[in-house]
Design a binder for this molecule. Structure first.
Ligand code: AMP
Length: 415
């Protein structure tokens, strides 16, 4: 199948050809005709499947068919993070290169003024994070009454990050007659509930099994004591000569500490997380992409949307508290048809987190020991260990989700 057989016009097919895309990916094959036919869609697709073009190309085609003299915002893409907003913006700009359409982006953490200027010049498409979009709406710099299409990109993540209130407030400003496209890597009750309020007779599109991990990613779990994880991380990277490795920690402090220690081990490492300025995050990411930095340590939120086609290695230094994050993490590798390896370093006290991941994946991950880094099983008596694990499980979940999100552990257990 070719892009032109999807009834896309020449300016768009030329743009994708220039990017080296030879044929549409499965999500593009299914979503493009549906979006062109003005249908609402609910699509299960994670980053790396080509989902951005799956909504961007048909949106651009429809907008370019009739460009009004006044240039109101007619398409809006909501993303959970600044990184993803930047990524989606860049894709739109590339795809729209041969059209007259203007694209703008709005996210927090940077000055609002240049964003206002870009929007005032007449943006046909706006890509935005929910918080900054609301700032613009309240300021009067964004008006959404002419909106034709809204996209919720990584909708599961938006809900996990607590954007439900912002989403509701934004929805109140939209015209009721509109096309809504919802993309989510994972599905749970919260997403289905949101979809019911948003979508009108949607076409359901699933390119892989629900909650499936990227097909070509090999997953390995090493059981290792927590106090030897850093040593094993540096050893794996050094001994196997891995050149570009994305490492996940659960906390910002953990990311900074690990990055410092790894530099001492001789591995050039930087960290990115929400406490760093946008400029510092962009710089760290650029240096990682260029290969100036060998390892990048990131928290889940900061890593969303990182798009490096040839990223081969992901290390879960700690397993995530929210099991679905595992899918997002390992989806950073194995992109655009490349192979990937995701290594999880699991301390004996994290077994319950692995179980939650396995429940979401609906499959078991084999645990193994790395020679020389076997866990010290004499540290805890088996019976005491069981009790400790039970206690940690409870405490960990309470700590991770807090009072506000009491329902999350249940969501995690359900599918
Ligand atoms: P996405 O899932 O939208 O983040 O896309 C993942 C990567 O695949 C991006 O680097 C895109 O440029 C690339 N891509 C998207 N569609 C295609 C295609 N049809 N052929 C080859 N690469 C693609």
């Amino acid at each position: 199948m070719s892009f032109s057989s999807l009834a896309l016009n020449k300016s768009l097919t030329d743009a994708v050809k220039a990017l080296g895309y030879q044929q549409p990916t499965p999500i593009q094959q299914q979503a493009i005709p549906a979006v062109l036919a003005n249908k609402d869609i609910m699509a299960g697709a994670q980053t790396g499947t080509g989902k951005t073009a799956a909504f961007a190309l048909p949106i651009l085609q429809k907008l370019s068919e009739n460009i009004p003299t006044e240039r109101p915002i007619r398409a809006l893409v909501l993303t959970p993070t600044r990184e993803l907003a930047q990524q989606v913006y860049k894709s739109f700009v590339r795809y729209a290169e041969n059209t007259e359409l203007n694209i703008a982006v709005a996210y927090g953490g940077v000055s609002i003024k240049p964003q206002i200027d870009a929007i005032e010049k007449g943006a046909d498409v706006l890509i935005a994070t929910p918080g900054r979009l609301l700032d613009h709406i309240i300021n009067g710099s964004v008006l959404l009454i002419h909106l034709e299409t809204i996209v919720f990109d990584e909708a599961d993540r938006m809900l996990d990050m607590g954007f439900k209130d912002e989403i509701d407030r934004i929805l109140n400003r939209l015209p009721p007659e509109r096309q809504t496209l919802l993309f989510s890597a994972t599905f749970d009750d919260a997403i289905f509930k949101l979809s019911k309020t948003l979508l009108n007779d949607p076409e359901l599109i699933e390119v892989s099994e629900r909650n499936a991990t990227a097909a070509k990613v090999e997953q390995v779990v090493y059981t290792v004591d927590s106090d030897r994880k850093r040593e094993l991380t540096s050893f794996l990277i050094g001994s196997k000569n891995w050149q570009q490795v994305l490492i996940f920690t659960r906390t910002k402090q953990g990311a900074d500490a690990l990055s410092k220690e790894m530099c001492k081990d001789g591995i050039k490492t930087q960290s990115i997380h929400g406490d760093k300025s946008q400029g510092a995050r962009d710089k760290a990411l650029a240096e990682f992409k260029e290969g100036k930095t060998r390892a990048l340590v990131a928290t889940d939120v900061a890593a969303r949307g990182i798009d490096i086609n040839d990223l081969r290695y992901v290390i879960n230094y700690e397993l995530p508290y929210i099991a679905e994050d595992y899918i997002h993490r390992i989806g950073r590798t194995g992109r655009a048809g490349n192979d990937g390896l995701a290594v999880s370093l699991m301390s004996p006290s994290e077994v319950w987190l692995l179980e939650a991941v396995e429940e979401v994946l609906d499959s078991r991950l084999m645990q193994q020991w790395y020679p020389g880094y076997e866990p010290d099983l004499t540290k805890t008596e088996p019976s005491a260990r069981k009790n400790t694990l039970g206690k940690q499980k409870k405490q960990g979940r309470q700590k991770a989700f807090g009072d506000k999100n009491k329902s999350r552990p249940n969501r995690q257990r359900r599918r």
